[in-house]
Design a protein around this ligand. Sequence first.
Ligand code: ARG
Length: 458
Amino acid sequence: MSDLWSARFKKETDVLLKKFNSSIAVDGLMYCEDIEGSLAHAAMLCKKGIISAKDCAAITEGLKGILEDIKSGALEIDPEAEDIHMFVEAELTRRIGEAGKRLHTARSRNDQVATDVRLYLRKKAASASAALRNMIKALYEVALREKDTVMPGYTHLQRAQPITFGHHMLAYASMFIRDAERLKDAVKRMNLSPLGSAALAGTTYNIDRAFTANALDFDGVVANSLDGVSDRDFAAELAFCASLIMTHLSRLSEEVILWCSWEFKFIELDDSFATGSSIMPQKKNPDVAELVRGKSGRVFGDLISLLTMLKGLPLAYNKDMQEDKEAVFDALKTATDSLEIFAPMLLSMRINADNCAAAAKRGFINATDMADYLTKKGMPFRSAYKLTGELVAACQENGMTLEEIPLERLKEASELFDEDVYEALKLKTCLEKRVSEGGPSGKAVQKQLNAVKEYLDE
Ligand code: ARG
């Protein structure tokens, strides 16, 4: 009988089951964390007198050797092994003999895997955080460069009111800052050690959970042993963090795709971040943005997989949970990869300020400003709104803009109109007058830029 757990079995495991049961293709990625966890566990067993110093030294040396050999490629992770925990333990015993068989004292694969996953995800979350930061930095730089580039702001994808390209970018910076904070929060909740929960009910040995928690840089220990081995909230939370990152990236992707279409042409992607067509020689396609928009579906799928996998599980460990890794690893990796390619794409794209301005000139995006002009001169806003709406309709019939209406015609509509209305309708004025906090005026945008800069400098 080859399996470590096969003592009570009288028949060999069917080859189909062996294959079906194996998780090494995914959890092999956690070999570092598995060994780190075992090193801490062995040190604790020794400190508490549960194994001898001699055995501990042999285990430690053996594990370090395995780690080095996997890293250097001298030791290949056996693709037929059941999982990384079994592989490392079997290899250790092959190398150091009897002492290797003492490593699993007062431990189960259930608390071992829960520990490994948390350690592994902590690293991957750090990479995602770094990618988020870089993305926020790219948005900041584009916003700074384009803080005076006028463009139409939209609602219902209809031109609505004037904003600047920088103001638009800063909206995304706010979203990704929230994503970064959310991720930090999730990591904080995850960073507790389940080691010592053993299979589900702790152990009869006088172990020291705080010692292993400390050695592995956890902030403390999981309070309840059943929870320690069966909680995968942290995986779901991280997958949700990744999902929201993808949602934000996907919205931006949609805009990038629209903006580089001939219908908009607000931006031009750098050649190094666009692709061509195999048949249409003129094409320059925004594949990065399309892929990111598409991959968001995968990440949401990962989140739903995790929630669905967990929802019917009785306490404590169930093998269903082996499915957690593929989903959460994929979610974090996809979000990180997407962020990593998006930042340089944004930084290298060219903004076509003329086209943005031309679009801002059409579409009556200064209509609210005309209504505000009349309101400030004493007309109730609802009346001003109605009057302006009628002028817009008349302009549309004649192919004119509001600022092209002669003053005498305006005065027919209302005596409140004066020469200064033309100044009030200028896009530049409409922008600069939008001084409310968070708005697109130069001053308000500068304040937002400063806040993002401060966040990045922290
Ligand atoms: N490969 C398993 C997993 O990822 C390790 C835990 C196995 N525990 C068990 N009781 N069979 O979940």
